[in-house]
Design a protein around this ligand. Structure first.
Ligand code: NAP
Length: 458
């Protein structure tokens, strides 16, 4: 038998997930001196993970990261299996029959709860559901957000909270030139939201959002970003944190500028600090969000929020919890319930400290939901390095044949979407968008995506 990793017998790697970490891993494998063949599996017909379903529509530059992935997808030893759910259509154990190594890069699709009473009241939502909804993600297209109220509360102060607040605050005349879902645009055109509170349990020096996202709030026509002056406070430890970080210093300067803004006509985006979620209040639906006032204590860089016992209610009709994503387990793969990640060393999956060569992990399901798209590049590189260093101890798969995988899936009634198929869906979306003056009008139903391939345009 030919040696694995040669033109005669390339190293066969299955990548599960088509987001940034999956594509960066594919790129690294395909550029390696070890000859690799990469098959990428994606549960949706359409690729690119959060670049498509997470990045806000008014951030086209960030979305254009997918261009790099398109180059990788054109490689002759790359094959795309869209519309295939690993773990359901094809269990991990079966995948091993066709691949020498499996690299899990399926991200963190769940969301973290606040764990407070009233969290499931109508009107209280995961920010991730709102993000998926305005991005036409099939899982969220049927979500409904009652935008008839005047005040929305977004809990958490990371970049997802910024995206949600910005989408609520931005005039639809601007949004209509983006690739936002048409139904979301219609709903936002009717929105009565005037006030958006973005609420952090710690202080200005501990915000998780980044400077460009913070500054963007001042660029939204008709919206005023504000900080309550008496919530703009810094402990001596905060001052040490700021002195140690020029980036944080700039963030503090921007927040301080916002603290001088006074309420104006139009929408207000209020940055609130030192408020930890205590309860979502309401009868049949959300009427207010109750917070406990906090104070900070701890070493610089490790300050925690401690409750003071003082409760503060913010009357509102909508609550978005934006306190982080959370990974989900994959059947047959070890999982750390506490962190929502797959245990590993250097990207090699481990089961109770026992190495599992042949099984690898990259991206958010490896390190947790942190960092921007580019953060996945070194992360995936580390995993691929580990995988390639295992070359000698990998068990060669029994049937190194991608066509056999496709046949098996077909026999199970799975409609596999190839990369060429995706290009047809892509072209149809762009054409639909052009007709509306938008860069793209996405299909939000899987059946509509597949209908393009049957030549019956939805
Ligand atoms: P994140 O950056 O981790 O922020 C989570 C926020 O929730 C923090 O403010 C955190 O406060 C707060 N939080 C966590 N648990 C809480 C609790 N129990 N009660 C109250 N507050 C709580 O998460 P994210 O916003 O979901 O973003 C995920 C990743 O995607 C980040 O790395 C982000 O930068 C990235 N992203 C980037 C972009 C972009 O580049 N434009 C856009 C979207 C997302 P503490 O600090 O006190 O824990």
């Amino acid at each position: 038998m030919a040696e694995i990793g040669t033109p005669q017998r390339p190293l066969r790697v299955a990548i599960v997930g088509s987001g940034p970490s999956g594509f960066f891993a594919a790129e690294t494998l395909l550029k390696s001196l070890v000859v690799c063949a990469v098959d990428m599996f994606e549960r949706l017909p359409v690729p690119f993970g959060l670049v498509r379903g997470g990045v806000a529509p008014d951030h086209p530059k960030i979305r254009s990261a997918s261009r790099v992935f398109e180059k990788t997808a054109e490689h002759e030893r790359f094959r795309y299996f869209g519309n295939v759910t690993i773990g359901r259509d094809l269990p991990i154990e079966e995948l091993r029959h066709f691949y020498d190594a499996i690299l899990l890069a399926y991200g963190a699709e769940g969301d973290r709860p606040m764990d407070v009473p009233g969290e499931s009241l109508p009107g209280s939502h995961a920010a991730t559901a709102f993000v998926g909804w305005y991005n036409a993600h099939p899982d969220y297209r049927n979500e409904r957000f009652d935008l008839s109220c005047e005040t929305a509360v977004v809990v958490g102060m990371g970049n997802v909270a910024m995206d949600v607040a910005r989408m609520l605050a931005t005039p639809v005349d601007i949004l209509k030139t983006t690739d936002i879902a048409d139904y979301a645009l219609d709903a936002l055109a009717e929105s009565n939201i005037r006030e958006i509170h973005i609420v952090a349990r710690r202080g200005p020096a501990q915000v998780k959002c980044t400077l460009p996202e913070l500054k963007e709030m001042a660029e939204i026509p008709g919206a005023t970003p504000m900080v309550e002056p008496d919530e703009f406070s810094l402990t001596p430890a905060c001052r040490q944190e700021i002195d140690a970080s020029p980036g944080l210093k700039r963030i503090i300067e921007v927040l301080e500028e916002y603290s001088h803004n006074r309420p104006a006509d139009g929408r207000r985006v209020r940055f609130r600090f030192f408020l930890a979620p205590a309860a979502v209040l309401g009868g049949d639906r959300v009427e207010a969000m109750c917070f406990e006032r906090t104070r900070l204590a701890g070493e610089p860089g490790r300050q925690k929020a401690w409750g003071t016992g003082t409760l503060v209610d913010i009357p509102c009709g909508l609550v978005f919890r934006s306190v982080g994503y959370r990974g989900r387990p994959m059947p047959g793969v070890p999982f750390n319930e506490k962190t929502g990640t797959i245990p590993h060393t250097g990207g090699r999956v481990e089961d109770n400290g026992r190495e599992l060569p042949g099984l690898y992990v990259a991206g958010w399901i490896k390190r947790g939901p942190t960092g921007v798209i580019g953060t996945n590049k070194p992360d995936s590189l580390e995993t691929v390095k580990t995988l390639l260093s295992d070359l000698e101890r990998l068990t060669p798969c029994a049937e190194p044949d991608s066509d056999a995988v496709e046949r098996l899936l077909k026999n199970r009634g799975v409609r596999v979407v190839s990369y060429a198929d995706w290009k047809r869906i892509d072209a149809a979306e762009v054409a639909r968008g052009a007709a509306r003056g938008k860069p793209r009008e996405r299909f939000s139903r899987i059946e509509d995506m597949l209908a393009v391939l049957d030549n019956c345009q939805p």
